[in-house]
Design a protein around this ligand. Structure first.
Ligand SMILES: [Zn+2]
Length: 120
């Protein structure tokens, strides 16, 4: 039987989740600010415009990733709130492990299942 996280460990993950959430929200705000700038920017030659739109596409990509991450964080926070955050993989019922959770506090799956999903 897999060992569920104790309260101290959950508290630690909770802190990490809140920290990541704040960081992402700040990043997202930064990205939308720079998008506003792009449309109002005075772009003199094509080189400027190419560089700006490259940044812009890059921003969109980052933004998408950050939004996905934010969703996972909210999912994990909700689980903590409901008292069902256990640190157990949602797929195979083995422990995700504190080591992995410290790096990715919103991880839903253990590393084996994650690799399995990524391969698909
Ligand atoms: Zn698993």
């Amino acid at each position: 039987m897999s060992k569920e996280l104790n309260q101290n460990q959950i508290d630690e993950i909770y802190g990490l989740l809140i920290e990541s959430k704040e960081k992402i929200e700040k990043n997202l705000k930064g990205i939308s600010d720079s998008q506003d700038n792009l449309s109002s920017m005075d772009l003199n030659d094509e080189g400027d415009f190419a560089a700006a739109s490259r940044d812009y596409n890059n921003d969109i990509h980052i933004k998408k990733q950050q939004l996905e991450e934010l969703e996972l964080i909210n999912h994990a926070l909700l689980k903590i709130k409901k008292g069902v955050f256990t640190g157990i993989c949602e797929m195979c019922d083995s422990e995700i492990g504190m080591k992995r959770l410290r790096v990715k506090p919103y991880a839903k799956y253990c590393i084996d299942c994650r690799n399995h999903i990524d391969k698909k």
